[in-house]
Design a protein around this ligand. Structure first.
Ligand code: AMP
Length: 198
């Protein structure tokens, strides 16, 4: 299988070629067609398997279909991940894979002053990657609204629960529109993850 047979748009295929990707990994081959159809997905995959592109490529493709550069546009996709390092990596992946789509990204995480992050948010962001604590903090301050999220990703869901983020995750879920696409990724599938995804 090649990326060409996954029905991805040219701006994405171009960046993948530049990244040197020739063949989709197993999780990409399985997840991309489902996500491109707008379906919800529960993916079992660890870091290092290519799972970031498995959710990033369908998101970029969906959002690129009607993008805008209005600074007041709403955030349309949210990726929540447990650690700052993962958040930064995911945001970098979106920037790499999306470099020909014209879509913009931002990343927010705790442990640093929020000023730069707020400034970035004010420029207009299509895709936001966040860790739970800082996300809820910026939501409470009115800098982030989840009211227009079309695609929500919960990354490393099992680790998120292990780190005690279950209440934060539930709060986030309540702030999301009911009509949305949800992609869950977890390295393991304990019953808490199945319950949460149900
Ligand atoms: P991830 O599991 O998303 O953290 O990806 C692990 C590493 O694999 C990253 O360095 C990616 O750049 C790389 N990668 C992801 N998909 C592919 C692919 N289809 N071909 C080659 N490398 C890839």
């Amino acid at each position: 299988m090649t990326f060409n047979s996954l029905n991805l748009i040219d701006p994405i295929l171009r960046s993948l070629k530049e990244e040197g990707y020739t063949t989709p990994t197993e999780i990409q081959e399985q997840a991309i067609p489902i996500a491109l159809q707008g379906k919800d997905l529960l993916g079992c995959a660890q870091t290092g398997t290519g799972k970031t592109a498995a959710f990033a490529l369908p998101i970029l493709q969906h959002l690129a279909a009607n993008s805008s550069n209005d600074p007041n546009r709403k955030i349309r996709s949210l990726i929540v991940t447990p650690t700052r390092e993962l958040a930064i990596q995911i945001d970098e992946s979106f920037q790499n894979y999306g470099r020909y789509t014209g879509l913009t990204t931002a990343v927010v995480y705790g442990g640093v002053n929020q000023k730069r992050q707020v400034k970035q948010l004010k420029r207009g962001v299509d895709i936001l990657t966040a860790t739970p604590g800082r996300l809820l903090d910026l939501m409470n301050q009115g800098f982030i609204s989840l009211a227009h999220i079309e695609i929500f990703v919960l990354d490393e869901a099992d680790r998120m629960l292990d780190m005690g983020f279950i209440h934060d995750v539930k709060k986030m879920l309540r702030a999301l529109p009911n009509k949305r696409q949800t992609l869950f990724f977890s390295a393991t599938m304990p019953k808490e993850i199945i319950q949460l995804s149900n």
